[in-house]
Ligand binder design. Sequence first.
Ligand SMILES: Cc1cc2nc3c(=O)[nH]c(=O)nc-3n(C[C@H](O)[C@H](O)[C@H](O)COP(=O)(O)OP(=O)(O)OC[C@H]3O[C@@H](n4cnc5c(N)ncnc54)[C@H](O)[C@@H]3O)c2cc1C
Length: 550
Amino acid sequence: MTPLTGRAYGHPRPPDVDVLVVGAGITGIYQLYRALEAGFSAELWEAGGGVGGTWYWNRYPGARFDSESYTYAYLFSKELFEEWSWCEHFAEQPEIERYLNHVVDRFDLDRHIHLGARVTAATYDEPSGTWTLTAGDGSTTSARFLVAATGVLSVPYFPDIPGRHDFGGESYHTGLWPTTPVDFTGKRVAVIGTGSSGVQIIPLIAEEAASLTVYQRTPNWCTPLNNGPITAAEQAHLQAEFEAIKEILDTSPAGFLHQPHDRASTDDPPAERRAFFEKMWRSPGFSKLISHYTDVLFDDRANAQWCEFIADKVRGIVRDPAVAEKLIPKDHRFGEKRPPFVTGYYETYNKPNVSLVDLQETPIVDMTAAGIETADGVREFDIVVWATGFDFGTGALLRMGIVGRGGLTLAEHWSEGPRTFLGIQTAGFPNLFFPGGPHAAAGNNPRYNGDQVDFVTDTLVHLRDRGYDSVEVEPTAEQRWTAMIDRGAAKSTFGEISYYFGTNIPGKPKKYLLNSGGRPKLFAMIDEVVANGYKAFRLARSADSSTSSA
Ligand SMILES: Cc1cc2nc3c(=O)[nH]c(=O)nc-3n(C[C@H](O)[C@H](O)[C@H](O)COP(=O)(O)OP(=O)(O)OC[C@H]3O[C@@H](n4cnc5c(N)ncnc54)[C@H](O)[C@@H]3O)c2cc1C
């Protein structure tokens, strides 16, 4: 191996490391592994006190996968896949956190990881072609390449409710859950928000609390997760079929094992359609999107029929008809927002200690030291749980203090929304990559985030093999990719009501934050880049700043 650091390229002062990864989630851990495996010197800085990213921070009761455990897990090592036996098809947070810690230990990554280091400034130094990093704990370092694997759902959002800081009881955001367990026993608890996290935590709090009041802004189309333990026979099958499973997961558009259906809703008469809806209701997780009738996400009538089926289920489960109606979405179709998957959620509203406040009818006017005041009065609480989501996509990157060439800040460059190529690089910021950030694909996160990490690593090797030490996407390539995303956004099944457009954050530009071309477009473009010798990028030797496209 030839390290990129050192004086081989004539730099006055070599950087401390070749590759500095920020973020110890599933993406950053993989990036650290790949960089070290490829022979680069590498370190990882993480703001949290442990590794796991999402699965470190979101340790609230009920936090679990919506992706099947074995499809979310790493596939780069057959031995790792075979030696880890997931307990459930959709594992709970503690098991996921244990798994990611196991990966770090097993591949001896620990000694390269610096915890408690929140990067607050990252500045590109043009003459040396390196990044200088500063963290909140006072650490500084320099790196040739900066890989920000800072996550799309890693900046918790609190709505700006008057008096929010006046509340005198305990207060927790699901995405910032404490490492010591929260005791709800006998407490008066409020949960604000009924998105994916809210609907996971609500049934569990209801089991312990004296009273639980749920504050709902908008209901979602929740369908059963249909989780279960993995049997010994299933475990044996998973281990025997690693290669086949990997092949599907490495190539499928959304990175799941679920297969698309071959029929439209109009192909079946009403009785069979109803039976198929029932089958979907009982099917696991995301199969309700991927393996559904081919027209259900795209045709208004098919979608409305499926929504009516779900609404009937809710009416059948929730005994109070007025509460049931409040839990049925009226403002969006199924699939227009990321649909949550639930276990015992609707049943929770039959418990005598649970009540629902519809914030469209009675908005919150104030928070006081004792509780929450809505248009119809004050309720007092011991604990308030904020299940109010995240600043999706760009939140973490825009808080990292990134300054590129010529003093250009990322915040300026992205003032009207993210501009990227492949969701991996942005023009004006040489040697900065952000796999798993905005404009990545959509579906099972680790699969397409992993594709991006593989491309980043291959790019670094490509540079090293040819004696380059700087890579920056051409503005035209960035423009093309971003325009593709914006064009596709108009046709996306996700609506502007979804946080995928940033509309949950006041003042945020309304831009599609996923990759509307999906994983197939990512694959196609990566193939094109490699086939034409990285023409979309400007490759350079920073010492003499000569450039080339090959
Ligand atoms: C409750 C919940 C459940 C989810 N379930 C699923 C699921 O079932 N399937 C699925 O595909 N996706 C799911 N997701 C999405 C999930 O975020 C991704 O699957 C995955 O965890 C992303 O990994 P990542 O490494 O890219 O980012 P993250 O896991 O978010 O890790 C990013 C890390 O970067 C760190 N960081 C950020 N900024 C800085 C900084 N300035 N300095 C230092 N460190 C920093 C953060 O502390 C964090 O630890 C879920 C998300 C949530 C919140």
